[in-house]
Design a protein around this ligand. Structure first.
Ligand SMILES: Nc1ncnc2c1ncn2[C@@H]1O[C@H](COP(=O)(O)OP(=O)(O)O)[C@@H](O)[C@H]1O
Ligand SMILES: [Mg+2]
Length: 416
């Protein structure tokens, strides 16, 4: 019996040992599982962290590429478009779906030129910097652009997988260039005419005095007296012309003050009223309320308005309608330095024959005239006077609906 008891005890002790050892093993296992689990969680957290950081970097770069004002396009090695940023889509008027995978050269006005440039870049690895060309928008408008092309390289290798085409609309620069060329011509012309005017006025004065003396020596009925009086008249006309040249060379610094532009326009209308009536021209006004005062030289702006009224009248030989609109327009680029300003506008519409498209730029050139008795200085002087007064003039014209000259003057907020 005691032997049996002893056996049982021993068995129980063995079982206990086994249990303890299993428990111990399990404890060890659990501890190591715990460590592994912690490791995995840590790795997972770092991964999430990295992913979030990567996402931020991605958003940052995406933000730069999408918000940059230059147009950016990429292509694959076949020259097919693989990406366009927002500025590129906006400038060219495309939705990405309509242009994706099209060949980049379809955007070039001169498609062959585009093909050559792109194939040079893709096959010969040639890159382009500060080049100019013309691109075509979706609705077939031509825009002048400056562009550069660089290759899309696989990082850490010499291989490419496409190219990056970056462009910028240079419309503003092109028009600025024209403006500078014109100013240059005006300045040279100004100096020249001032010199010539001086040189010619002196001998003219001599000729005039001599002719007047000669005129007095003929009896009043003598036909030679009429001839000489004609000479004097022609000299006066030449003198008048020279005076205008002179004025053109030195328009004089504007004496600016605050004026209601409506008053200036009304003043010019009063001067012209009877002539307009005689020419069967109706005068209409559409003045907005509360137009701020402009800070200008009154007589210079009067001269500008008068020139524009005269041109309109001369364009409506068989009568018509002269309409003046006055108001405020926002976001006007008055000059390179005054961008997105508020400006007072004075629009002058006529119902005359208009100006042909290819002459729109020319009418502001000095001496450009289509009139047998014209001098061709009215508009060039006007644009110069406006510039002196911080304003500008623009022209819209079509041969069916007559012309519209748009004068802008700066709104000055405080008296200086
Ligand atoms: N309102 C207008 N309608 C049609 N043509 C115009 C108008 N204003 C100007 N032009 C054109 O511009 C030219 C230049 O005008 P301007 O400089 O005033 O010189 P001018 O009046 O002496 O010819 C005019 O000869 C005319 O061909
Ligand atoms: Mg004129």
């Amino acid at each position: 019996m005691s032997q049996q008891l002893e056996q049982k005890k021993q068995n129980a002790a063995r079982v206990n040992k086994i249990i303890t050892s299993i428990e111990l093993q399990n404890k060890h296992k659990a501890a190591s599982v715990d460590v592994k689990f912690k490791e995995i969680v840590e790795k997972y957290n770092t991964l999430i962290d990295r992913y979030k950081r990567l996402e931020k970097v991605y958003e940052f770069h995406r933000g730069i590429i999408q918000n940059i004002s230059s147009g950016i396009l990429t292509t694959d090695m076949q020259g097919r478009i693989t990406f366009m940023n927002r500025a590129a889509l906006e400038a060219l008027g495309y939705e990405y779906n309509n242009i994706q995978e099209k060949e980049l050269d379809v955007l070039f006005v001169n498609r062959q030129d585009g093909k050559d440039i792109i194939s040079d870049a893709l096959t010969k690895g040639r890159e382009y910097e500060s080049r100019e060309t013309h691109l075509l928008t979706q609705d077939k408008k031509v825009i002048p652009v400056g562009f550069s092309i660089t290759l899309l390289r696989i990082p850490g290798s010499d291989e490419n997988y496409g190219l990056i085409f970056i462009f910028r609309n240079i419309d503003y620069i092109t028009s600025l260039r024209h403006q500078i060329e014109r100013m240059d011509r005006l300045a040279t012309l100004g100096e020249l005419s001032a010199g010539i005017a001086h040189e010619i006025r002196n001998p003219l004065a001599g000729i005039k005095t001599s002719a007047q003396v000669l005129e007095e020596s003929f009896s009043p009925g003598d036909f030679r007296s009429q001839l000489v009086s004609r000479i004097v008249k022609e000299i006066d006309r030449s003198n008048e012309l020279l005076k205008r040249f002179f004025h053109f060379a030195k328009p004089g610094k504007p004496k600016q003050d605050f004026y209601n532009i409506e008053m200036i326009v009304d003043g010019v209308y009063l001067l012209m009223a009877s002539r307009l009536k005689k020419h069967n021209i109706k005068f209409k006004t559409d003045f907005s309320d509360n137009t701020p005062q402009v800070y200008v030289d009154e007589s210079q702006i009067e001269q500008v308005i008068l020139n524009l009224f005269l041109n309109a009248m001369e364009a409506m030989k068989n009568g018509g309608e002269l309409t003046i609109e006055i108001g405020v327009e926002n976001n006007i680029n008055l000059s390179q330095y005054q961008k997105n300003e508020n400006a007072v506008f004075i629009r002058i519409f006529d119902t005359g024959g208009g100006i042909p498209e290819d002459k729109l730029e020319k009418v502001f050139n000095p001496f450009y005239t289509t009139k047998s008795d014209g001098v061709g200085l009215g508009l060039s002087i006007s644009s110069r006077l406006l510039e002196e007064n911080g304003g500008k003039i623009e022209l819209q014209s079509n041969e069916r609906n007559g012309s519209c000259f748009n004068v802008f003057l700066p709104v000055v907020k405080t008296k200086s």
